[in-house]
Design a protein around this ligand. Structure first.
Ligand code: DQA
Length: 148
């Protein structure tokens, strides 16, 4: 069974209330529930983790190297544009990951155009709201099925 860890970065706990014109009306628990349903249908072992603290994200990523995680799906949120520490944690654990964004950062302010993650990621899914997460999970399922 493939084990997928979904990591949500800072302020994503406020989804649903936070700038809904940009991030949509779904709450984080709505998104996690949709992912959990897709995971259950496809025999995926799914865990979702959210933190507003950079060190907690680093520690959860480090733990993923030891706990059987096969893939990470991560929306680093604002840390996308600032965090060498979270990037280095992902590089250190050498687990494949997909970078996810609800909005399309390239249509937004220039400071959102740089990502510390995209050049390490297997793929990037952005701009499709909560579907960004579901499409990333579908890609992991397809790759797992293809590799037997
Ligand atoms: C985000 C985009 C980031 O620029 C922003 O800081 C976020 C959310 C997104 O999902 O669209 O918090 O990662």
């Amino acid at each position: 069974m493939v084990a997928v860890l979904v990591i949500h970065g800072p302020n994503l706990n406020l989804l649903g209330q936070r700038e809904p014109g940009i991030y949509g009306s779904a709450s984080l628990s709505d998104i996690n529930a949709r992912l959990a349903r897709m995971a259950a249908r496809n025999g995926v072992d799914l865990e979702c983790f959210q933190s507003n603290a950079e060190h907690e994200l680093v520690e959860r990523i480090q733990a993923a190297a030891e706990d059987g995680t096969d893939w990470i799906l991560i929306n680093p949120a604002a840390f996308t544009h600032t965090s060498v520490a979270v990037r280095d944690a992902l590089a250190a654990v050498e687990l494949p990951f997909v970078e996810i964004h609800l909005s399309n950062p390239h249509r937004r302010e220039p400071f959102r155009h740089r990502s510390y993650f995209s050049d390490l990621a297997e793929g990037v899914v952005a701009g499709l709201g909560e579907d960004s997460y579901l499409l990333a999970l579908q890609a992991v399922i397809n790759r797992t099925n293809a590799s037997g």
